[in-house]
Design a protein around this ligand. Structure first.
Ligand code: IPM
Ligand code: MG
Length: 355
């Protein structure tokens, strides 16, 4: 039996509810795949601030680095919005990403045929969409210096070094090799020097991947093309802030932000988390969609632990659940045969995953 140590960060809002469903599915899979998961819960976000005065206690970093992978729920909420920036849950998250060195954020946007009517776009535009946004996660304007504010002025700086662009470009090309063999690199090279460097370096690295076709697109055009003709994209390679924006947009092609998982990877460890936030408005009601988190657990099995058979079982179970018409509240209007709670959804997927 193989045993893995998983650091669990439940976080705030719906975080605890959705993580509980992901571990339910993982434990079900463990029983049929001869695996064992050893969970260690660590604190982060608003709850960490409330309990320790720090949204990212050092212990969380240490224990995460000491695990095989990190499974992450969601953090943040209005309750902590008035705190000084460095005490806010979001600052904890950014520091966490930096400390763990997870520079590559992989955000797949795949349209499930079963939910083709759930998108605000026409079925013929989105049927078959399968995009992987590869977003640089620990550089760019989120981290660049100088930054600051006075009463009269606020400023941040978008900085990328050659080395940062090189490593994320390699990730994108390698991922493209396993998929549709296309990379579209997103920038604003017509205006920003940092983007011109981005474009030049990505082009340079592309020479090592002759089997992958590289194109470049300005970010404003990319935002438009995503809703005009999303099927043109395979891998979208972006910097930090452009990827933040475009991945939210891409998620909506799929109907609900409650469906989409993500992986953040680097040299040391991976963090697996849904792309949605902590949704404090629906927390504690048992109506959150746990699918994004369960799919994140599947990405964790595949990318961090090399357990692709177990991951396939989960992915198939999610599809089957949707196909049979089980829906959480967010998707209740779309071909639902039965509307279920967060925990019922988790149980159905867990059950199918073992079949
Ligand atoms: C995301 C989120 C975060 C980000 C926030 C919460 C700091 O929007 O993971 O996309 O901007 O990276
Ligand atoms: Mg975001």
């Amino acid at each position: 039996m193989k045993s893995y140590k998983i650091a669990l960060i439940k976080g705030d809002g719906i975080g605890p509810e959705i993580i509980d469903e992901a571990t339910k599915v993982l434990d079900a899979i463990a029983s049929v795949c001869d695996l064992h998961f050893d969970y260690e819960e660590v604190l982060m976000g608003g709850i960490a601030y409330d309990m320790t005065g720090d949204p990212l206690p050092q212990e969380t970093i240490n224990k995460s680095l000491n695990s095989d992978a990190v499974l992450f729920g969601a953090i943040g909420g209005q309750k902590w919005d008035a705190l000084p920036r460095e005490k806010r849950p979001e600052s904890g998250l950014l520091r966490f990403r930096k400390e763990l060195g997870v520079y590559a954020n992989l955000r797949p946007a795949v349209v499930y045929d079963e939910l083709i009517n759930a998108s605000s776009l026409k079925p013929k535009i989105i049927k078959g969409v399968d995009i992987m946004v590869v977003r640089e996660l620990i550089g760019g304007i989120y981290f660049g210096e100088p930054k600051g504010r006075t009463q009269e002025k606020g400023w941040n700086t978008m900085v990328y070094t050659r080395e940062e662009i090189v490593r994320i470009a390699h990730q994108a090309f390698r991922i493209a090799q396993t998929r549709g063999k296309k990379v579209c690199s997103i920038d604003k090279a017509n205006v920003l020097d940092v983007s011109q460097l981005w474009r030049d370096v990505v082009t340079e690295i592309s020479e090592q991947y002759p089997d992958v076709a590289l194109t470049h697109m300005y970010v404003d055009n990319a935002a438009m093309q995503l809703v005009l003709n999303p099927k043109q994209f395979d891998v979208m390679l972006t910097g930090n802030i452009f990827g933040d924006i475009l991945s939210d947009e891409a998620s909506m092609l799929c109907g609900s932000i409650g469906l989409l998982p993500s992986a953040s990877v680097g040299e040391k460890i991976g963090v697996y988390e849904p792309i949605h936030g902590s949704a404090p408005d629906i927390a504690g009601q048992g109506i959150a969609n746990p699918i994004a988190t369960i799919a994140s657990a599947s990405m964790m099995l595949r990318y961090a632990l090399g357990e692709s058979e177990a991951a396939d079982k989960i992915d198939r179970a999610i599809k089957r659940t949707l196909k049979e018409g089980y829906r959480t509240q967010d998707l209740a209007q779309f071909d639902a045969k039965e509307v279920c709670s967060t925990s019922e959804m988790g149980s159905i997927i867990a059950n199918y995953a073992t079949k």
